[in-house]
Ligand binder design. Structure first.
Ligand code: CAA
Length: 241
């Protein structure tokens, strides 16, 4: 029987690339999305991957969504916690709402999803959890105190869970993308983005497929000994270590 993978935020941007590649590799893929029905429909029409709408920052809504996916595709073996938003602004202008929203969607979501598939993974003795962090969770970014905190939080979450999953056949890893050519990055003011691209030694934005290929590797059986790791995919913009 094929393995089932859930990609949160899986119908657009990096998530779309991950959903597509996992499907091409033979997984049964469920793509979650939060709000953009039109994009989700276009994605499903183009890829044949079914999209499931639920708010990853709402624990109970996640529970319902997971139930629907498991009814359709069976137990979830692989989770890619990819859903995320930005709401940038310098800290002296950052509202409580701006902080809470980004922490809830980018960090608490990983708890909401992983917690509700974790026991099943333990029982079956297999699991792959891949948390999509960011270069800005590794190095910090002016204007992103909320996002950098959430994305750094995912790294700590991963390191703890990797230790808990190790004896149960569950690996837990981070992929930390640099600046990838998606709508999220294109929303950065053009002059600011130009300055950022100038700091990328490879000389360009990354592509969603270049993140997807790392995720597909981490999902594979060959990656069984990689756990608790942070895989940096950023064109040498920031070399963490
Ligand atoms: N470093 C130092 N100073 C900076 C700065 C930086 N990177 N960016 C802005 N400033 C300074 C400005 O020069 C200005 O200084 P003065 O007051 O002395 O003139 C001050 O900060 C405030 O600037 P603004 O009034 O323009 O601030 P703003 O409210 O318009 O907000 C910003 C600016 C939203 C933070 C804007 O700089 C920005 O969008 N920066 C990019 C943030 C970023 O990289 N986001 C990544 C989004 S993509 C993503 O997150 C995906 C991923 O994982 C990589």
């Amino acid at each position: 029987m094929g393995k089932t993978a859930l990609v949160t935020g899986g119908t657009r941007g990096i998530g779309e690339g991950i959903s597509q590649l996992l499907k091409a590799k033979g997984y049964d893929v469920a793509a979650n999305y939060g709000g953009n029905d039109e994009a989700a429909k276009a994605f499903t029409d183009a890829t044949g991957v079914k999209a499931y709408k639920f708010d990853v920052s709402d624990f109970d809504a996640v529970g319902e969504g997971l139930k629907a996916i498991e009814n359709d595709l069976g137990p979830i073996d692989i989770v890619v916690n990819n859903a995320g938003i930005t709401w940038d602004g310098p800290f002296h202008k950052m509202s409580k709402e701006q902080w809470d929203k980004v922490i809830d969607v980018d960090l608490t979501s990983a708890f909401n999803v992983t917690r509700q598939v974790w026991e099943g993974m333990r029982e079956r003795g297999f699991g792959r959890v891949i948390n999509i962090s960011s270069i800005n969770g590794q190095k910090g970014q002016f204007g992103q105190a909320n996002y950098s905190a959430a994305k750094a939080g995912l790294i700590g979450f991963t390191k703890a869970l990797a230790q808990e999953g190790a004896k149960k056949g569950i690996t837990v890893n981070v992929v930390a993308p640099g600046y990838i050519d998606t709508e999220m990055v294109r929303a950065v003011p053009e002059n600011v983005l130009e300055g950022i691209i100038a700091t990328i030694p490879v000389g360009r934005l990354g592509k969603a497929e270049e993140i997807a290929s790392m995720c597909a590797y981490l999902a594979s059986d060959e990656a069984a000994f990689i756990t608790g790791a942070t895989m940096t995919v950023n064109g040498a913009q920031y070399i963490a270590g």
